[in-house]
Unconditional design. Structure first.
Length: 234
């Protein structure tokens, strides 16, 4: 079974099973393993991590077992991160057991120790999955919580024009933003989702994105394309 078919097979499996997408397929999957197929062997022992399952409203919460995977003794022993054991350095290795699709964005909740007077608090951050060539060069990477906000600056450093699948991804029925149902704030939020899905690793604070899009109908606000958006860290 080639790589494309294996990815398609796993995608179908995930559609029906959200907790452990591979649980009920594990026997069948193992039957199809080939001795030299490292890709199958890699996936068969891991849960799929997807934005649909671990999004901002339902983040993936680190378990004790996750913390214990850390190479930092403090993180492993006390089950939290701190100023001396920063999450951006040590969190990726605690979730290396979760398999993601390239560019997958996942919200992770973790414990952060503020000190003896501040105690421990729950924090969240975004991580994205990076898969390079060769296949064994795959890892999670912490990314800042970027947000694109409307800007008067029209000297853009990046440009993007929405395509049909972008509109579908954010719930539009046609390849445009229907102004009868979308406010400017709605459109900016949807553009955020679209740009992050394609360019999360390309975003930098201070960038100006010129985003072009199609609209339909009329609403209470004047909304024109292109729109200029500045990248900030929320």
């Amino acid at each position: 079974m080639n790589l494309f078919k294996s990815i398609l097979f796993l995608s179908v499996a995930f559609t029906f099973f959200s907790c452990d997408p591979l649980d009920e397929y594990r026997d069948d999957l193992n039957d199809n393993l080939e001795a030299d197929d490292d890709w199958y062997i890699f996936i068969s022992e891991r849960d799929l991590a997807t934005e649909a399952e671990y999004n901002a409203n339902s983040p993936y919460v680190l378990t004790d077992e996750d913390y214990e995977m850390s190479s930092n003794k403090s993180v492993a022993d006390y089950k939290n991160f701190s100023d001396s054991a920063p999450f951006d350095e040590y969190l990726p290795e605690t979730i290396h057991n979760l398999y993601g699709n390239n560019g997958e964005l996942v919200t992770v909740q973790f414990a952060y120790f503020l000190g003896s007077e501040g105690g421990t608090v729950d924090s969240t951050c975004f991580v994205t999955y990076v898969r390079e060539t060769p296949a064994d060069s795959s890892y999670w990477q912490v990314v800042p919580n970027y947000e694109l906000i409307e800007s008067d600056n029209k000297e853009s450093t990046n440009t993007y024009t929405l395509i049909a699948s972008d509109y579908t991804m954010v719930g539009e029925g046609y390849p445009n933003f229907d102004l009868r149902y979308n406010t400017k704030a709605d459109i900016i939020e949807k553009i955020n989702t679209i740009i992050k899905s394609h360019h999360m690793l390309d975003l930098e604070e201070g960038q100006i994105w010129q985003v072009s899009f199609a609209t339909y109908g009329e609403g209470s606000e004047v909304i024109t394309s292109p729109m200029y958006l500045e990248v900030i860290i929320d």
